[in-house]
Design a protein around this ligand. Structure first.
Ligand SMILES: [Fe+2]
Ligand SMILES: [Fe+2]
Length: 194
């Protein structure tokens, strides 16, 4: 259903669980970046009422996720560390032509958000099925469902706003193949996309 071409090795969950402070801190900033991205869609494309309406909801939901992760950090006596750079996402950005116009950039950004949601959802599923901490396992199952919905939302908007200006299905398939190449080098660190 997520269309990702390369599944993550479940052993990654064991690496992640060994350093909860690191994975939870990294996760918190994934939620913050998702909230910030939703806000930036609202600001850059104010004329698209349906997109703005959905992005308001999404920004609130992602900030709520940030709060939940922060609560888990506090409850365990851990500390929220400084923001982590997300190399995986930075590599994915290189797929798109940055010289494009504003309408094309919208489609690129929507597809980028869709793929990040899909991979995050997959990683949350792996965490929920493989970690021993039952509270966190339930938390990740809940988030997995939420991120799957976000994935569907972004992809639907990309198809809606892209259908008259490009072959969105082809671009999406090429991007999925690119992502599979990128993600080959990950799955070794205690980061959500690490
Ligand atoms: Fe989220
Ligand atoms: Fe999300």
């Amino acid at each position: 259903m997520l269309n990702l071409k390369l599944p993550t090795d479940p052993n990654w969950a064991n690496i992640a669980e060994k350093n909860l402070e690191e994975i939870l801190t990294d996760h918190a900033y994934c939620e913050q970046k998702a909230a910030s991205a939703a806000i930036s869609f609202m600001v850059r494309y104010p004329e698209k009422e349906d997109l703005v309406t959905e992005m308001i909801k999404l920004a609130q939901e992602e900030l709520d996720h940030f709060k939940m992760v922060h609560d888990h950090i506090k409850a365990r006596g851990l500390k929220l560390g400084p923001e982590r750079r997300d190399n995986y996402v930075n590599e994915l950005r290189q797929f798109f032509n940055t010289g494009a116009n504003k309408e094309n950039i919208l489609i690129y950004k929507l597809l980028l958000s869709a793929i990040i949601e899909a991979r995050s959802c997959e990683r949350f599923k792996i965490l929920s099925e493989n970690i021993n901490d039952t509270e966190l396992s339930g938390f990740y199952r809940q988030l997995m469902i939420s991120e799957a919905n976000h994935y569907t939302t972004f992809l639907a908007f990309a198809k809606k706003y892209g259908k008259d200006i490009m072959d969105v299905d082809k671009l999406w398939n090429d991007f999925l193949a690119f992502e599979a190449e990128v993600v080959k080098n990950y799955g070794k660190k205690e980061h959500i996309h690490g």
